[in-house]
Write a protein that binds this ligand. Sequence first.
Ligand code: UT7
Length: 342
Amino acid sequence: MVRSGSQIRPGDTARAACIRGLGHYLPTDTITNHDLESLVKTDDAWITSRTGIRTRHRAAATQATSDLAIVAARRALDDAGLDANELDMIVLATATPDSPVPATASLVQDALGARRAGAMDLNAGCSGFLYGLHTANALVMSDAARHVLLIGSETLTRVTDYEDRRTCILFGDGAGACVVSGEGPLQVRYSGVGCDGSEADLITIASGGSRSPASKETVEAREHFLRLDGGRVFRQAVRHMVQAGQDALDATGLTPADIAWVIPHQANERILSAVGEQIGVDVPKIVIDVAETGNTSSASVPIALDRARATGCISAGQHIMLLAFGAGLTWACQILRVRESN
Ligand code: UT7
């Protein structure tokens, strides 16, 4: 059964959107596994063997999500050879906005001087960047926008409970961005997204919204921090990413052998290996970048894509599968084709 309810397939319209430029930013401060040993009852060997994570980046006290986003966005614009004035739309995927109101995208729009652009935030948890690419792709394909700036930016260390060893080992801060246009080196061949809200309770920040506004009591109960049911999230992450990948292969007629690289949401090395194995893609073709960044939620896929590109492993003619899973529960998959001009 196809579970990715909204799909954009080759042939759906004559035009195909492309990633024209990429950029990312990781703050300089880090939190190593050894640093965590002094905060909670854990050790480097446990964290490395259960997650693959060795260190993660942390935003400076003066940096909010928009600050990270702005650096990544400027790098993506430079890479695309575009001026901010040429942008028609900014989509910022985040679960950790600067504040609930206004949208963090508005602050980015102002800082970049993108005077013509509309701007909005999008929250699909760790699938946010891929949901944003689905949206940007549709805007460009329908001629509603010529150039869309898409950013995934997170300061997860601000919602991480450093007294909870089950979650504090996982998360880091960072931002990744791309410009989506009609032309560019990475063409979006397929895009699909899905959701199962019946399991929304697996990853939550309980308070600070309209259901449970922030109060002295909610803060004392540490309800402003992110909680997750690790084991159940692990199983659902594998299940939904495998299904999303298979939906993409079915829709495009490609086989696992046609996929040069799978670039998944960087949650846990064991999740990523299991996904690759079940889709039928060899583990060396799965980009696993979690060791140095941890889980940066909606920023993880564009950071991993940009870092993979910097190694020179991406070349013309390849198909690249992007995969993500996150709070909601949400999942998403894109297949990119590297064009000859790359
Ligand atoms: O981006 C999407 C959102 N999140 C994720 O994708 C996370 C998905 N889940 C995971 O990555 C894994 O479930 C975790 C890394 C969070 C946990 O790994 P696990 O292999 O599922 O461990 P577990 O929760 O089953 O715990 C096994 C044991 C427990 O001890 P007992 O009950 O067996 O005595 C835990 O208390 O490990 C213990 N434990 C730890 N020990 C040392 C849990 N966290 C730690 C820790 N250090 N940090």
